[in-house]
Ligand binder design. Structure first.
Ligand code: UN1
Length: 497
């Protein structure tokens, strides 16, 4: 039995227990009796301390030149490379994903470091003529202030990096509140930020329960910006509070992503994409494929090929070399997946594969659920509309491209999407007509790269795009500056008429 790690909060450059000493545990989802870490159940006093620390540090950090701020982030990127394997193994244990995917999670953080750090030498604004003589006009980006970053467990390194790195390069200070399921991953990540030498108070970490610490951060009057990734339900609460308090808020929430397979598609390729999109990360990605919209002429062939491949996927702990599918994160999520299978059955869908919790051998020690294929799903069913966040995919039959697009769009979400076709005209029509933040042509719905905008339309988000050049739009305010060097009062709209 491995000794549990002890995690602490990181406030003003110091590693601290919660103010009242209370703690929570995180567990290995592949082996529920193994405690991975003991971490602080932080209090309002801890939140206040972290916000005060970030507020104080902000006054200095905002004045550090952006290229110098970026140097720290380059260093974080290098250190993430150095600790990549250690972090990946920790992700396997605490979050459960297979080692290759855990390495990808860290790699996404590294990519984000180098990409965001590059922004330190850009952060471009505009210059433009004034309508008056001897006067110029320009725009500059200024930081927003203290940012609370509330992050999920499914990408315990990549997502905090997407948020923290551009926020810091832009001159903000941050408080990370990581998911309760993955505190050790967050702690190791913040240790790396600390090792990179960021000044005290610029990066803070407060562990704890969402309804306690998360909510206190969102409601804190000295927090200027909240960036949240998680469930739509929690996102609504965050959005409501921020709306009331006039705070900047960036929400990245659910998805009900679909892959269309047309009758002219390369079926082997489409099956490869569907297996990875639906069952990669045990379906626990907000970009996961949860609907396969299949042209009726290829449906039975595709389904047979897809089912045969899905049957071969091997369940196991993330750190076992041959694992394709790791566990579900916790008992509550497992329960939710089971409930959706009951709902699917009661709505008349057929379970072609999977559908029952795995209770055999050593797998019964963890939260394992097999790849599950639901057939005969129609657009009105709940399993066609609601996010499940597990290894469950719904098959839906269509007769035309137009019908496929209509069904793909028939959801409240709009994160990722995909179409497999060899017809260039259909591919371009799909790029135009699909309602989603991300569309893949002949590729699965998962696998976004950090230098491109990430986010969705409709109830997936609130209009922001993380990653890419758009991430700096989240973390900066525009300031418009007029410089009048005429030496006299010039009245716009009046004196030049
Ligand atoms: C998420 O599931 O919240 O595009 C993020 C992807 C990954 C990121 C997923 N690069 O699937």
């Amino acid at each position: 039995m491995v000794t549990p790690l002890t995690c602490r909060n990181f406030i003003h450059g110091e590693w601290l227990a919660s103010s009242d000493g209370s703690c929570l545990n995180s567990y290995n989802p592949a082996n529920r009796s193994e405690v991975v870490a003991v971490f602080p159940r932080s209090t309002l006093a801890d939140v206040n301390r972290a916000v005060a620390s970030a507020r104080e540090a902000y006054q200095r950090w905002r004045l550090v030149p952006a290229p110098a701020r970026a140097e720290y982030i380059y260093r974080v990127g290098e250190l993430l490379g150095k600790y990549k394997e250690e972090l990946a193994l920790l992700i396997c244990r605490e979050m459960g994903k297979p080692l290759v995917e855990a390495r990808g999670d860290v790699q996404e953080g590294i990519d984000c470091a180098f990409y965001s750090a590059g922004e330190g030498r850009r952060l471009f604004g505009q210059t433009t003529p004034s309508e008056m003589p001897n006067k110029m006009a320009m725009t500059v980006r200024t930081p927003v202030g203290v940012c609370a970053l509330i992050t999920p467990w499914n990408f315990p390194v990549a997502i905090p990096c997407w948020k923290a790195m551009p926020a810091l390069v832009c001159g903000n200070t941050i408080i990370l509140k990581p998911a309760e399921d993955t505190p050790a991953c967050a702690t190791k990540l913040i240790e790396i930020f600390a090792e990179a030498g960021l000044p005290a108070g610029v990066v803070n970490l407060v562990h704890g329960v969402g309804e306690e610490v998360g909510q206190a951060l969102v409601e804190h009057p000295d927090v200027n910006l909240v960036s949240f990734t998680g469930s739509s339900q929690t996102g609504s609460v965050v959005g409501e509070i921020c709306g009331r308090m006039h705070k900047r808020v960036c929400l990245e929430m659910g998805g009900k992503n679909a892959q269309i397979v047309m009758d002219d598609a390369d079926l082997d390729l489409a099956v490869d994409g569907a297996i990875w999109g639906a069952f990669g990360t045990t379906g626990q990605r907000c970009t996961a494929t949860s609907r396969l919209i299949l042209h009726r002429d290829i449906k039975s062939k595709f389904t047979q090929m897809f089912q045969e491949r899905a049957e071969q996927l091997k369940l196991g702990a993330g750190d076992q070399g041959d694992t394709d599918i790791g566990p579900i994160i916790n008992a509550k999520q497992l329960q939710r997946v089971c409930e959706y299978i009951d709902i699917a059955r009661s709505e008349g869908a057929q379970v072609l594969l999977g559908g029952e919790v795995v209770q055999t051998g050593h797998l019964q020690q963890g939260y394992f659920f097999p790849p599950t294929i639901l057939d005969g799903v129609t657009p009105d069913m709940r399993v066609a509309r609601e996010e499940i966040f597990g290894p469950v995919v719904a098959l839906m039959e269509v007769s035309s491209f137009t019908e496929a697009i209509a069904i793909l769009n028939n959801t409240n979400y709009g994160l990722s999407s995909s179409i497999y076709t060899r017809d260039v005209n259909l591919a371009f029509a799909a790029m135009r007509d699909i309602e989603a933040g991300i569309t893949y042509i002949n590729g699965p719905t998962i696998g976004a790269e950090v230098h491109l905008p990430f986010g969705g339309v409709k109830q997936t988000g609130n209009g922001h795009r993380e990653a890419g050049s758009t991430s700096i739009d989240i973390f900066t305010e525009w300031k418009t500056v007029y410089v009048d060097f005429s030496g006299c009062l010039q009245r716009a709209q009046i004196d030049n008429r």
